[in-house]
Design a protein around this ligand. Structure first.
Ligand SMILES: *Cc1c(COP(=O)(O)O)cnc(C)c1O
Length: 380
């Protein structure tokens, strides 16, 4: 049996007629960049996320970059974030000339641990501490970070909060949707995200009228009106094709999310029956709307051998992420060393993402669990 990590083809088959119809309209209109399709998607996203504004941008990475630019974060500034995320989270900080500062993660949720943030602050000189301008919590795998204590620290320290919600559209924390609790929320429409485009795209959400205005100016090279540049921005524009496709898909997102949640529940049942408690740990659901962009298990040992064994059996898995950000070569000059963030480092060695996409069948899931059990039976 073949079990891919993600198969987007059934989703396309389901929506083919609708997607071909909207894309044909765009061919006929010859209106490709920003425009009415993007405005309409922005309204849909703001409604879905329950916030005031959404600004369509060129990718999730650019959503982070433009948020930092809008918050005037730059040279000499520091930005605190998680060492356990996709590279773009920290890359965006460096690209505006600021310096990433990391704190460790919570072992259950893989999200930034507020206690570790406090510890990190207590070890910094007052000069270093006051140079921190922003916090980027990441809602990893589709579950929100513990926002109340993080927002509390940010308020005390007078930080801007930029949520990296690229993996968490529709996830909730105490009733608030991901991306609406901080100053801005950053989303990605990369095809493997729960709401994916047919190419690159992203969106920034905010409840601030002034930030929304600044984001829209920065998105078009800082010009307002056209050819009069108040700021140095960039080309962060979203195109009409991606916006139209994402608008179509948004109508189906809650259904797909329910299917992902059902698949997570099925894995819990199947793993429960397999008796692998001493070998693997299942994802901990702490917040009440986890959207399962990924279903990440933690294994006690032999992760890479297990991964190879599963690949040989036709089951695709992935490691998100094998090298924590503080140990990436490009950040060597930040001066971090192995051992600085043991929880993130341990996660990098032990985490394994299993297929969880909506159309995955119960038989496929049973096969995944059976093969994992076979692997550990052979080992012992
Ligand atoms: C995907 C992702 C991004 C970047 O989004 P792109 O659209 O690929 O640029 C940023 N942060 C996280 C946590 C992501 O998963």
């Amino acid at each position: 049996m073949k079990v891919p990590l993600l198969d987007l083809k059934p989703q396309y088959q389901q929506l083919k007629d609708e997607i071909l119809a909207v894309t044909e309209e765009i061919y006929e209109s010859q209106y490709f960049i920003l425009g009415p399709r993007v405005v309409s998607l922005e309204e849909d996203i703001a409604r879905y996320c329950r916030c005031s504004h959404a600004v369509g941008v060129s990718s999730g990475t650019d959503a982070l970059l433009i948020s930092l630019m809008a918050a005037r974060v730059g040279q000499e500034d520091r930005v605190l974030t998680s060492p356990y995320s996709f590279f773009a989270t920290a890359g965006a900080i460096s690209r505006v000339g600021a310096r990433p500062v990391f704190a460790d993660i919570d072992p259950d949720t893989y999200n930034l641990d507020p206690e570790s943030v406090k510890q990190t602050l207590s070890k910094m000189s007052s000069g270093e501490r006051s140079s921190i301008k922003a916090l980027i919590p990441v809602h990893l795998y589709g579950q929100c970070a513990d926002m109340d204590p993080l927002l509390g620290i940010a308020r005390e320290e007078n930080w801007v909060v930029i949520e990296d919600a690229a993996q968490a559209i529709g996830a909730e924390y105490k009733g608030s949707r991901a991306g609406t609790m901080g100053d801005t929320g950053c989303f990605s429409f990369f095809p493997s995200k729960n709401l994916g485009a047919f190419g690159d795209g992203g969106v920034v959400t905010t409840n601030s009228d002034s930030l929304c205005k600044r984001l829209k100016i920065l998105r078009v090279h800082g010009s307002a009106p056209k050819y009069y540049h108040r700021l140095v921005g960039g080309n962060f524009r979203l195109d009409a094709f991606q916006a139209a496709i994402v608008s179509v898909k948004l109508n189906y997102l809650d259904g797909w999310t329910s299917e992902r949640q059902r698949n997570a529940e099925t894995y819990r049942q199947l793993f429960g029956d397999a008796g692998l408690e001493d070998r693997i740990t299942l994802p901990v659901e702490r917040e009440n709307r986890h959207i399962y962009n990924q279903f990440v298990i933690r294994v006690v040992s032999d992760r890479d051998d297990l991964r190879k064994f599963l690949a040989d059996a036709g089951i695709a898995t992935e490691v998100y992420y094998p090298v924590p950000l503080h140990l990436q070569e490009c950040f060597a000059d930040l001066g971090y060393r192995k051992g600085d963030f043991p929880v993130a480092e341990q996660a990098a060695e032990c985490s394994l993402a299993l297929p969880i996409y909506p159309e995955l069948t119960r038989d496929q899931q049973a096969y995944v669990v059976e093969k994992i059990r076979d692997f550990y039976t052979n080992l012992s």
